[in-house]
Ligand binder design. Structure first.
Ligand SMILES: Cc1cc2nc3c(=O)[nH]c(=O)nc-3n(C[C@H](O)[C@H](O)[C@H](O)COP(=O)(O)OP(=O)(O)OC[C@H]3O[C@@H](n4cnc5c(N)ncnc54)[C@H](O)[C@@H]3O)c2cc1C
Ligand SMILES: *[C@@H]1O[C@H](CO)[C@@H](O)[C@H](O)[C@H]1NC(C)=O
Ligand SMILES: *[C@@H]1O[C@H](CO)[C@@H](O)[C@H](O)[C@H]1NC(C)=O
Ligand SMILES: *[C@@H]1O[C@H](CO)[C@@H](O)[C@H](O)[C@H]1NC(C)=O
Ligand SMILES: *[C@@H]1O[C@H](CO)[C@@H](O)[C@H](O)[C@H]1NC(C)=O
Length: 534
């Protein structure tokens, strides 16, 4: 017995000695390659191997889902943190030379951790140092580097103008390139479209390490990185986006109703009003179980932004949506930048500099899924849904209205296909926490994971009859591995999730991929495959 243990122990130590020599030589080879490519800069300052004391803090800085920051999650052999664009080119070339898989990370908000987890031996190319934002008010545009956050973009726009903004997500720490390349939506979507609709130029590093702007790249590559997810095609260095006009004063409001206060009437009516009303009004609807007098009931919350004053929106909704009973007292008028804080659930009296904060405190566990709704859910459907939500508990549904300009942009204009015909998008959200050391992956954590993810799955399954079909649509940026993944990067495997995310645009994305990266260097578990993979 003890001999066996000894043998096992010595095998283990032999093995780890072997891996550490291998990884050491990988590190040395990579460093040599990077230094040859960029002789003026010593690459050792931007390359973190596992033996570097900063490795763990660099790795963990942008892991925004606690499900994938545990001791058992696969870790990158090396993290490369470019300081200049040429470092990105060098990383792309040298990574291919040493034969490692490369994951590109921006803000690290991928719901399935695809920017920092892989089952193949891999490196992370972490873009956080490349985050300048340069605003051109005269031209109403901005160049934003890939590692910037939405908060940094919004803040910098506001510093230069009180009547400009950008149409993007509501969470300030989301990374710009991941967000924009995967479409990116927020509360200006009905007036100005998704973030990728506002892209006018881009800089990308291709598989040969070449830096291409819009003029230098194929027009269909420029098409693909607006909604098709950049991770399948190259490394985005920066996007140039159009700014949008916002009034000096905007109005926000929140209305909550429980079942006993006609919440069902509100949800029913919301489905016909929210996607058809004035483009200046965005009303998100959130459905959640809630406890009232010790009993679980359902709560409908409407959270809204109106590009105009309170009197106008109260008068307008008084006519269109009297059931809401919106009063002026429920409305708050504020600057657009303060509405950004309000939507992020931050105190609107805090300084907008808060938007530059990249720290988010303790990272929670989360599982998200999505759906698109093309026909309103009838009253009896809603009533069954309420029962389901109450039965499952701890699940939320956030409904984002479309309509407005989304009906005017063609499904083929960019790679993002979900346009006219969609009334709204649903985000299923389950968030949880398990106290204790963030690194642990112990039994309580595993049990919680199974429990909460299964609630999301059961709700999604229940919704099958009420949402889009053939294909059942999904939103790429609400990454969900349950809708299909690829192991061999075949066209057929990719089609399963590709049709959901991209619908009719899947074929063209495969063509672009085949043209720009036929050997499939840029890949992940849900990437667009080339037509044939060797
Ligand atoms: C708390 C939270 C709130 C959110 N709110 C919204 C919202 O309001 N609206 C919305 O539309 N979405 C929202 N999302 C989803 C978010 O838009 C996506 O997860 C987005 O992909 C995140 O981008 P990132 O750079 O932060 O993530 P990352 O995890 O760094 O990257 C996401 C994907 O993009 C790739 N990628 C990143 N940078 C580059 C690059 N430079 N070149 C090529 N590929 C790259 C990664 O490899 C990965 O595949 C939210 C997510 C979270 C966690
Ligand atoms: C790069 O820097 C490291 C650490 O500071 C040093 O050990 C190494 O010799 C340098 N390499 C070159 C090529 O200058
Ligand atoms: C901004 O500049 C581009 C050319 O670089 C031009 O096509 C566009 O019309 C300009 N936009 C504005 C609002 O001035
Ligand atoms: C609910 O609807 C009924 C019937 O239309 C109405 O009388 C009542 O005031 C409503 N309650 C609330 C809280 O809106
Ligand atoms: C809720 O339940 C708790 C414990 O059972 C009880 O102490 C409390 O009075 C109840 N509250 C209401 C509003 O019924």
């Amino acid at each position: 017995m003890s001999i066996l243990i000894l043998l096992v122990l010595s095998l283990v130590s032999f093995n780890s000695a072997l891996t550490s020599t291998t990884s050491d030589s990988v590190y040395q080879t990579l460093l040599r390659c990077l230094n040859e490519y960029n002789p003026s800069h010593n690459a050792s300052a931007i390359v973190f191997s596992k033996s570097n004391p900063s490795y763990t803090s660099v790795l963990r800085a942008y892991m925004r889902n606690a499900r994938f920051r545990t001791s058992s999650t696969p870790k990158p052999a090396i993290i490369i943190t470019p300081l200049e664009e040429s470092h990105v080119s060098a990383a792309v070339i040298c990574c291919q030379m040493v034969g490692f898989h490369l994951k590109v990370r921006g803000g690290g908000h991928d719901y399935e951790g695809l920017s920092y987890v892989s089952n193949e031996p891999f490196f992370i190319l972490d873009m956080f140092n490349l985050r300048s934002v340069s605003i051109d008010i005269e031209n109403e545009s901005a160049w934003v580097q890939a590692g910037a956050t939405l908060g940094e973009l919004y803040y910098n726009i506001w510093k230069r103008s009180n009547v400009h903004g950008f149409s993007g997500g509501v969470c300030p720490t989301v990374g710009v390139a991941g967000h924009i390349s995967g479409a990116g939506f927020g509360n200006l979507l009905r007036k100005y479209g998704v973030s990728s609709d506002l892209v006018v130029d881009a800089k990308i590093v291709d598989v040969d390490g070449k830096i291409l702007d819009r003029k230098a790249m194929r027009e269909d590559l420029f098409w693909a990185i607006r909604g098709g997810g950049a991770a399948s095609f190259g490394v985005v260095l920066a996007y140039k986006v159009k700014l949008v006009l916002v009034p000096e004063t905007v109005t926000v409001f929140k209305v909550e109703r429980f079942l006993k206060d006609n919440a069902t009437d509100i949800a029913l009516k919301w489905q016909s009003i929210a996607p058809t009303t004035d483009k200046n009004l965005f009303m998100r609807m959130i459905l959640q179980p809630s406890t009232l007098n010790n009993r679980t009931t359902l709560r409908v919350k409407i959270k809204a932004l109106y590009l105009g004053d309170a009197n106008s929106v109260v008068a307008m909704l008084g006519k269109e949506f009297p059931e809401l009973k919106l009063t002026k007292e429920q409305c708050i008028e504020m600057r657009w930048i303060d509405s950004v804080l309000w939507w992020a659930n931050l105190d609107v009296r805090t300084s907008p500099t808060k938007l530059l904060d990249r720290e988010i405190g303790r990272t929670g566990f989360l599982k998200m899924k999505s759906d698109y709704v093309e026909t309103p859910i009838p009253r009896d459907g809603l009533e069954l849904l309420w029962k389901k939500i109450i039965e499952l508990g701890h699940v939320g549904m956030s409904c984002q209205p479309y309509g407005g300009i989304m009906n005017e942009i063609k499904a083929t204009d960019t790679a993002f296909p979900h346009r006219a015909g969609n009334l709204y998008k649903i985000q299923y959200a389950v968030n949880w926490d398990v106290p204790g050391d963030e690194d642990e992956w112990d039994e309580p954590r595993k049990e919680a994971d199974m429990d909460y993810t299964s609630r999301a799955n059961r709700l999604h399954k229940f919704m099958t009859q009420l949402v889009s079909k053939n294909p059942r649509r999904a939103y790429l940026s609400y990454r969900d591995m349950d809708i299909g993944t690829t192991k061999h990067w075949s066209y057929e495997e990719g089609k399963v999730y590709g049709k959901s995310y991209f619908n009719g645009n899947y074929e063209r994305l495969v063509d672009v991929k085949t043209a720009v990266d036929p050997k499939n260097f840029f890949r992940n578990e849900q990437s667009v495959p080339p037509r044939s993979t060797k």
